[in-house]
Design a protein around this ligand. Sequence first.
Ligand SMILES: [Zn+2]
Length: 134
Amino acid sequence: MYDQAPPAPPLADAQNPDERMLRPALWRGWRRRCPQCGAGPMLKGYLKMRDHCPVCSEPFHHHRADDGPAYLAILVVGHIMAPMLHIAFTVWRPDPMILATSFSIGCIALSLYLLPRLKGALVAFQWARRMHGF
Ligand SMILES: [Zn+2]
């Protein structure tokens, strides 16, 4: 299910031990891994957060991502797909049903791909900045 490798060292800054390093935490969150150890899975199923990391026991029960991941997914998908729709329409002029079907499938697929990754990154951002109880 998840890596059994020894947990990576905690992401504390050497100069300031109270600071957590943001960039590695975001990458671990994007990979849907625990931002603390990088080994344990953060999500249970598609979007459900675990109460705590099964490897390092970092608690996740107090995260507050709420609508943030969905908002970010809509923002990213819209900014990718809207120019592509314009280019496809002006350059190739496909049949409207083909255009609508292909872009609907593309939007749904990209949203389903991005949503859990953005949720992981957002929770990792909250963890790195010690927001909402982390
Ligand atoms: Zn962990």
